[in-house]
Design a protein around this ligand. Structure first.
Ligand SMILES: Nc1ncnc2c1ncn2[C@@H]1O[C@H](COP(=O)(O)OP(=O)(O)O)[C@@H](O)[C@H]1O
Length: 175
């Protein structure tokens, strides 16, 4: 099975998946965890540098090819939903809390605000539903949850103990 964990930067993908990897019992799932942003950087799977955003623009074809022969995968990244997957977890976070998390992480105010707005507009959720269909999408609210609690929700998706739930989160009040 291939599981993608996606979400706007700051929703806590890396923290939750690291907590999941630390959980006893996760090894039994047989899933290999890929922190995609690290792979893209380490293996040069990008084709240009976005100077304005101080980030790399991933070569998604090269990434897909790199992972093509892997069947048992859990891929974590804000790009993970652009890859083939059986189930996609979309982490969500209230834009005000998201902005706080990103600013605390050292991101610029502009970048934090851009991501908060994107989260309020459901950008990644929409992209995910368009590609994978509502029946394969699981939204997980992280605003008031610890990384361990978010990890437990991801584990429940992996185990098949959670129903698909696209469209259950709304931050329209922020706009
Ligand atoms: N569940 C959470 N509750 C509060 N803060 C969190 C949570 N998850 C992550 N953070 C903090 O928010 C920031 C972004 O987390 P990170 O895991 O890097 O997110 P992402 O991988 O989605 O960009 C980090 O500073 C992290 O410590």
């Amino acid at each position: 099975m291939r599981v993608a964990v996606t979400g706007t930067p700051g929703t806590g993908k890396t923290s939750a998946v690291e907590a999941l990897e630390d959980e006893t019992g996760f090894g039994e799932s047989g899933l290999e965890v890929v922190h995609l942003n690290d792979l893209i950087r380490d293996e040069d799977l990008w084709d240009e540098r976005d100077e304005a955003r101080d980030s790399l623009v991933a070569d998604l074809d090269a990434v897909a090819e790199r992972l093509a022969d892997r069947e048992e995968l859990l891929v974590e990244s804000h790009l993970a939903h652009h890859l083939d997957a059986d189930r996609v977890v979309v982490l969500r976070c209230h834009p005000e809390e998201l902005e706080r998390r990103l600013t605390e992480r050292g991101e610029s105010d502009a970048k934090a605000a851009e991501n908060a707005e994107s989260e309020a507009l459901d950008v990644i959720l929409s992209e995910t539903v368009n590609r994978h269909g509502v029946e394969n999408v699981y939204e997980v609210e992280t605003t008031d949850r610890s990384p361990d609690e978010v990890a437990a929700a991801i584990a429940a998706v992996v185990a098949g103990d959670r129903e698909p739930s696209a469209g259950t989160v709304s931050y329209i009040d922020y706009l």
